[in-house]
Design a protein around this ligand. Structure first.
Ligand code: ASP
Length: 361
């Protein structure tokens, strides 16, 4: 039996507000997403994402309402601005590289009505892997393409190859490399400590964007896109391109996705589990919390051989699930401490607080 007590497994939820728009976002799409629609309760249209997707949820919802776009495509288009943003160092262009200094991206998407999916993993030089994943879904009889095959597939379909390593990401990687022990790279690399706070000592950075969309037709779709774990072993694939792990949807139930420690989402089949819990009657938030508890129990079992993952009687890593149900209910929960997620519905686009599985000690 699990040693995780109900007392240690906290459930805290709340709400907050924030909003902004990126210049490349169609104003009409944003307007459609942020204007209250009173008919929304009968036929809800909801987009939910990780906190870096406040523009993405507005755009995705706007594309569904304004253009009648299918939810999966709206999610893929919604995350495009984050993939192109050099300041988001966890996704697409500007993402932190692998241990050899090469940016390798993972992405997948899933379409509720056809129960089909596409994914690319460890793809190099392509800024919008989510769009390539959508092509894999629509134009092939496969689900996953990886590495050079995925890159060549993208080139075949007209994507251009470009260097995704920004100068800032390169500096952060050089600093990380020079601080490893047991090799001949030295720090400081520069004469003085750089002013950029991203170059200051900090825990290994992480991030991703997941976006799930519910259309007024009750169809769902989703996508997840990431540069993955910073400084990963070349070829490492996280949960983001794996169906059932970093994302999953079922048109009879709803849609879900994950960000955070990909290995934990993979080992638990996390996003699949969230959707199945919603099928069994959980609210999205309850389903996310249930999946986190399952992950925690699994991590506790593994903590003898990997003690870094278990500290003070709690999981010592971040993981967040996001979910939307067919009836328009949505929710999110994170493993440790405070977290935020983005949502756009009839009330507009905003950030809300994630429920918390384990409080910080
Ligand atoms: N889940 C991603 C991965 O493991 C990383 C993240 O979300 O931070 O690749």
């Amino acid at each position: 039996m699990s040693r995780i007590s109900r007392r240690r497994f906290l459930c805290v939820a709340g709400a907050g507000v924030a909003a902004s728009t990126l210049p490349q976002v169609s104003q009409a799409a944003v307007a459609a997403a942020t204007q209250p629609l009173h008919a929304d309760t009968a036929n809800p249209c909801v987009a939910i994402s990780s906190a870096n997707g406040i523009e993405s949820v507005a755009v995705a919802r706007g594309l569904v309402l304004e253009k009648g776009m299918r939810p999966v495509s709206a999610a893929v288009q919604g995350v495009a601005s984050v993939e192109a943003d050099p300041n988001d160092m966890s996704v697409g262009y500007g993402g932190l590289p692998n241990e050899l200094g090469k940016v390798q991206l993972d992405s997948a998407c899933m379409d509720g009505p056809t129960h089909n999916a596409g994914s690319v993993a460890s793809i190099e030089d392509i800024m919008h892997p989510a769009q390539v994943a959508e092509l894999v879904m629509d134009r092939t009889d496969h689900i996953n393409l990886v590495g050079p095959g995925a890159r060549q597939f993208a080139l075949d379909y007209g994507f251009k190859a470009e260097d995704l390593l920004t100068e800032r990401a390169r500096q952060i990687w050089l600093k990380w490399r020079s601080k490893r022990s047991g090799d001949d790279y030295l720090w400081p690399l520069l004469d003085t400590e750089p002013a950029d706070p991203a170059l200051a000592d900090e825990p290994r950075p992480w991030g991703t964007i997941h976006c799930s969309v519910l259309a007024p037709s009750s169809d769902v779709g989703c996508c997840t896109t990431t540069s993955g774990l910073a400084f990963k072993i070349p070829g490492r694939i996280g949960d983001s391109p794996l169906i059932g792990c970093g994302l999953y949807c079922d048109n009879e139930v709803g849609s879900a996705g994950a960000t955070g420690r990909g290995e934990a989402a993979i080992l638990s089949g996390g996003s699949w589990l969230v959707v199945e819990r919603m099928r069994a009657g959980d609210t999205p938030e309850q389903a996310c919390l249930y999946a986190l508890k399952r992950v925690a129990e699994q991590a506790e079992r593994g903590s003898r051989w990997q003690p870094a993952l278990w500290k003070d009687g709690q999981p010592n890593f971040g993981l967040t699930f996001y979910a939307v149900r067919k009836d328009g209910l949505y929710g999110s929960a994170s493993m440790r401490g405070a977290g935020r997620f983005a949502v756009a519905d009839a009330k507009g686009a905003r950030l809300e607080n994630c429920a918390i599985a384990f409080g910080n000690k």
